[in-house]
Design a protein around this ligand. Structure first.
Ligand SMILES: *[C@@H]1O[C@H](CO)[C@@H](O)[C@H](O)[C@H]1NC(C)=O
Length: 268
């Protein structure tokens, strides 16, 4: 009886083990996610390797052709307007205009708050910058030498295996230099960390214009409503207005609209 019972326990235990083995795989599929293609590189001869969002476009790196492209964001599947950001289409090391610049099969890049692109150009052992106007330059690294030397410009050396990340909080790039087993930092210029400087300037102009207009409107309104809201001036008053908008004179005998008008002028 006891041995039958322990046999039953054993069978149950083995069954349990078996069921864990069968159903206990490590894949848990969560519902509610879906894949769609938004850009087919076959049609455009583009092979996306890395992608980053800029403010109003998306930067796509075609590593095999050493070319950077931009697409408008959000991506419209109906008509994808792909533009070349930089890269002639051949591997090499040339700075300059979008159609002239050459990279050597880079695999990683980052975008700052102004829309400049920083390229970890591993095979050229350099960090390159594609400015928001499209001109490519080298910011650090020495083409003719790999190494782990810190310092400015060409004195800095890198391995031929590193990646780049933009960190706005410290206005810097972080480099994960796999080849040297180092995490390194490149401080950027403060203006690279100001959100879209050109559009910001536009916003400031717009704001100043708005303020000026509201001041002007305030003064005009003040002057226009003044006769109706000062009961003791003895001017003609509209009775209905007098009830609703009666303004009490303050200690100096001014009505609150006078005070408002003065404040409005002072603010302007
Ligand atoms: C870059 O590397 C070359 C080759 O090793 C070296 O001669 C040159 O001095 C380096 N440039 C700088 C600025 O360090």
């Amino acid at each position: 009886m006891a041995s039958q019972f322990s046999l039953l326990i054993l069978i149950l235990f083995l069954f349990n083990l078996a069921s864990i083995h069968v159903t206990g795989d490590q894949i848990m599929l969560e519902d509610g996610y879906m894949v769609t293609t938004v850009l087919d590189g076959h049609k455009l001869n583009i092979n996306p390797h890395a992608v980053q969002l800029r403010s109003s476009d998306i930067v796509v790196l075609d590593s095999s052709h050493s070319v950077f492209y931009t697409l408008p964001f959000p991506i419209s599947q109906a008509s994808v307007m792909v533009k070349r950001l930089s890269g002639e289409g051949k591997t090499g090391y040339i700075d300059g205009e979008p159609g002239l610049a050459r990279f050597n099969k880079p695999k990683s890049f980052a975008v700052d708050l102004r829309g400049n692109v920083y390229v970890a150009d591993q095979q050229n052992h350099a960090v390159r910058k594609i400015s928001n106007s499209g001109v490519t330059s080298t910011i650090v690294g020495n083409y003719s030498q790999t190494g782990r030397q810190d310092g400015p410009g060409k004195t800095a050396t890198f391995s031929s295996d590193f990646e780049v990340l933009f960190v706005p909080q410290i206005c810097a790039l972080l480099i994960s230099d796999h080849g040297n087993q180092l995490l390194r930092q490149i401080d950027l210029k403060p203006e690279d960390c100001v959100i879209g400087s050109q559009s910001a300037l536009g916003a400031v102009k717009f704001w100043v214009l708005g303020l000026a207009l509201s001041c002007l409107l305030g003064i005009v309104m003040g002057i226009a409503t003044r006769p109706y809201v000062i009961p003791h001036t003895g001017r003609l008053q509209t009775p209905s207005f007098q009830q609703d908008m009666e303004a009490l004179p303050n200690q100096s005998g001014e009505s609150s609209t006078d005070e408002l008008l003065r404040r409005q002028k002072r603010n302007c």
